[in-house]
Design a binder for this molecule. Structure first.
Ligand SMILES: *[C@@H]1O[C@H](CO)[C@@H](O)[C@H](O)[C@H]1NC(C)=O
Ligand SMILES: *[C@@H]1O[C@H](CO)[C@@H](O)[C@H](O)[C@H]1NC(C)=O
Length: 402
């Protein structure tokens, strides 16, 4: 009893307990009956202790070659889709399919090779959601699917002042807290990728969402200036300085052109670059190299995690493909996702702030350069998603060339 009480106190410290908006059953649950029941019903629960002696994070940084983690076996020069004129742009479903076909890779493309779900050691999905990618909509969908597929959804509150990365002890405590959650369940938080194995805890099913990096940055800019969000952050942090109207009304394009606010300067010296405008950090993790802005090493680490750790990294830009891939690769949690989504699309489209997306040429050039590796990571993720989709629909593709 005392141990359980102690742990639940720690959960409260992180504000988790009160934030379990979607919780239906009291936490923590230590019922022996439930554990027994779970043990019987967990057909999905596969242990795959491969005990690979992989090199440590630091060594990895040195060893990674630009082409090592490229979903299609391409070097970064090819990933950008410059060849679009010559043949199909490979950064589309059609282009990816054509590329796989022409290089003979299609023959060996089977879902099992792209499926990281069996590596999970627990019926537990860890969705370390990335800001401004539509993760709230996905969280709602996950919660709804929980009713259908029989699992719980937990989420944490957004912590106003959190460090860019967590130290070993913080990660350890976090991982231990998550291990206390009932199974099967999904946990959603704005957190960096964590290696559960390092902390001797069972590995979860990792999922995430991304969005075109430049659109994401623009969206983040307008989100931060939206009256509702400004109000919210003032309530959370009463010392927050409220700016004048011109600040909130300024267009992103003008802000970047004039480099007028730290939110519009994208270099490593700007302390705001530790914030939530990029996803390499979250997919890379808490290692020091993950903190670098627009860094090749960070990108490579993130790519490796996408390839070897994440079951699915999807995007609302390809809603149908993402839902189909989630259903196919994580059926225990996502069976029926497409049907449920299209039955109540409005309900699962939340937290959008309409804004002007147009950019001057010089601004666009500056952004493309500032987010070079972020863009490459994004394209890598899209190619992997398309491959996962093609793998499950191979026969269909072969019958009717799209
Ligand atoms: C996670 O940690 C384990 C144990 O230290 C290690 O073997 C494994 O390579 C790590 N995984 C990644 C992706 O870093
Ligand atoms: C996505 O799926 C829905 C429902 O099946 C369908 O109505 C829609 O046309 C599809 N959209 C695309 C872009 O394929």
């Amino acid at each position: 009893m005392s141990l359980g009480a102690d742990r639940s106190y720690k959960m409260k410290l992180r504000d988790v307990e009160n934030a379990f908006k979607y919780r239906r059953i009291p936490y923590p649950k230590r019922s022996v009956e439930l554990i027994a029941l779970l043990a019987i019903s967990c057909t999905f629960f596969l242990f795959m202790h491969t005990n690979k002696l992989n090199s440590r994070l630091k060594e990895m940084e040195v060893k990674l070659q630009p082409s090592e983690f490229s979903a299609l076996g391409l070097t970064s020069n090819h990933v950008s889709g410059h060849d679009a004129g010559k043949h199909d742009d490979i950064n589309t479903l059609h282009g990816t399919y054509q590329y796989l076909k022409s290089t003979g890779q299609l023959v060996d493309l089977v879902p099992v090779r792209l499926n990281n779900t069996p590596k999970a050691e627990r019926e537990f999905v860890f969705f370390n959601r990335i800001e401004k990618t539509g993760s709230q909509s996905m969280t709602r969908l996950i919660n709804q699917l929980g009713l259908l597929n029989g699992y719980e959804t937990f989420r944490n509150v957004i912590q106003p002042k959190r460090a860019m990365t967590e130290n070993f002890e913080e990660q350890r405590e976090f991982v231990h807290q998550l291990t206390e959650l009932s199974e099967p369940s999904v946990y959603v938080e704005h957190a960096n990728w964590v290696n559960f194995t390092v902390h001797d805890m069972p590995r979860p099913i990792y999922i995430n969402l991304v969005r075109h990096p430049i659109e994401k940055v623009i969206s983040a800019y307008y989100y931060l200036r939206h009256p509702k969000i400004v109000g919210q952050s003032v309530r959370r942090n009463p010392n927050k300085i409220v700016q004048d109207k011109t600040y909130y009304d300024m267009k992103f394009n003008d802000c970047v052109k004039q480099r007028i606010s730290p939110h519009c300067v994208f270099d490593a010296h700007n302390r705001f670059n530790g914030d939530w405008r990029r996803f390499a950090l979250k997919l890379c993790g808490n290692a020091q190299i993950c903190e670098q802005l627009n860094s090749e090493a960070t990108m490579q680490m993130a790519k490796m995690h996408v390839e070897r750790e994440y079951s699915v990294v999807g995007t609302w830009e390809e809603t149908n493909i993402t839902l189909a891939v989630l259903e196919a690769y994580i059926p225990r949690f996502f069976a029926g996702a497409t049907k449920v989504y299209y039955s109540q699309t409005k309900k699962f489209t939340v937290n959008t702030t309409p804004h002007d997306n147009s950019l001057d040429e010089e601004v666009e050039r500056y952004l493309k350069d500032s987010f070079k590796f972020e863009l490459e990571l994004y394209q890598f993720i899209m190619q992997r998603l398309y491959m996962q989709y093609i793998a499950i629909n191979k026969n269909q593709f072969m019958d009717t060339p799209i």
